[in-house]
Design a protein around this ligand. Structure first.
Ligand SMILES: Cc1cc2nc3c(=O)[nH]c(=O)nc-3n(C[C@H](O)[C@H](O)[C@H](O)COP(=O)(O)O)c2cc1C
Length: 340
């Protein structure tokens, strides 16, 4: 990462759901670390607006994270069963259930348009989650001199990324807050330290460590294991510049000890969140009540959005890592000061 000219070996991780605001990304990059904009499933028009806003706020490099599209399908019966399971929650908020709206074709189109925007604005760095893009996309970005980073949760995923020609790998331990970015089925989840010990003997490209890192000691421990930088999500979610609502931040800092769990109920993918009423309720439903990503995500979106507006922590996806309870609410500047 040397050529990126970072003062601090710290990357603010992509945090979907309006949390990596242009203010957060630019503030992190302006402070000497690397901000990341979570492109994920953001519509290309909003994606481009946000990129323009970040460019207006910083001259420093920043990363853009993209979700690599996958194929998925569900039977109408499975979708109806998932809607039936969620009905008491829709009723609680007086919401009308709607059929999921995503299609793999639309995801593919959005991803290609996002790639074109990265090239149009000559952005220097791009990271991928949930899969490896096809060789044409990798070549197109490399021809445009974009530094490419793959996100992996196992050594097999990391090796596949390395073979595909990316420049660096984010190794994501199972302690991570938010989604486990695995693309091997079923997702495994390995602790960060075990991943790093395996990686040193296997990978030849630079490694970035992520998962459960909240303080200076953990940053140093990861650097001592040979990584070039660490990526942190939850610690940045708690900053003043993040778009997370107060109920979400409070639910993280009010934990006395780790009260997180890995659950598919919000999106159809395994994400680490603070336990709440919604999870308890969904765990009492039959397992088939949860359908695949992004269809489950689409079904719970209105619930999460409304709960966010009402600041109602019982129904928000309270993404958080296993050490989030040690975090505190503070500015980006004060967080970075405490880490280096
Ligand atoms: C609220 C939230 C949303 C996230 N969204 C994304 C995402 O869009 N893409 C991605 O690759 N990782 C995402 N992650 C995972 C991370 O950025 C990163 O792997 C993780 O935050 C590092 O773990 P930490 O939270 O333990 O520091 C998200 C994490 C959180 C907490």
């Amino acid at each position: 990462m040397k050529h990126l000219n970072l003062k601090y070996p710290i990357i603010q991780g992509p945090i979907m759901g309006g949390i990596t605001t242009p203010q957060l990304v630019s503030q992190v990059s302006n402070s000497g670390a690397l901000g990341t904009y979570a492109g994920g499933y953001t519509k290309p028009v909003d994606f481009e607006e946000d990129i323009k806003e970040i460019l207006a706020l910083t001259d420093h490099p920043f990363n853009v994270n993209l979700f690599v599209p996958n194929h998925y399908s569900e039977t109408p019966d499975a979708i109806q069963e998932a809607i039936r399971a969620l009905t008491p929650v829709y009723n609680h908020f007086e919401l009308t259930p709607r059929l999921p709206s995503g299609t793999p074709q639309r995801d593919e189109r959005r991803f290609n348009q996002q790639v074109d925007i990265i090239i149009k604005y000559q952005l220097p760095i791009c990271s991928f989650s949930f899969g490896i893009p096809n060789p044409t996309i990798i070549k197109k970005l490399k021809d445009a001199e974009v530094y490419l980073i793959g996100t992996a949760t196992t050594m097999n995923e990391a090796l596949a990324f390395q073979e595909a020609g990316v420049d660096a790998i984010i190794l994501q331990g199972s302690e991570s807050g938010g989604p486990l970015c695995s693309f091997n089925q079923p997702p495994v989840g390995t602790e960060l330290k075990a991943l790093l010990l395996q990686a040193n003997q296997t990978l030849t490209i630079p490694i970035i460590a992520s998962g459960g890192i909240m303080d200076k000691e953990q940053v140093n421990a990861a650097l001592e294991l040979g990584v070039v930088a660490v990526q942190m999500g939850t610690a940045f979610l708690l900053t003043d510049e993040s778009g997370a609502c107060d109920a979400h931040k409070d639910a993280i800092t009010n934990q006395e000890k780790d009260n997180t769990t890995l659950t598919p109920i919000f999106t159809g993918r395994f994400i680490r969140v603070v336990r709440n009423k919604f999870i308890d309720f969904m765990e009492s439903q039959p397992p088939r009540a949860v359908i695949t990503y992004p269809l489950q995500d689409s079904l719970t979106k209105s619930i999460r959005k409304y709960a966010n507006q009402l600041n109602e922590a019982d129904y928000i996806a309270l993404w958080c890592n296993t050490n989030g309870f040690k975090g505190k609410k503070q500015s980006v500047e004060s967080l970075l000061k405490s880490l280096v």
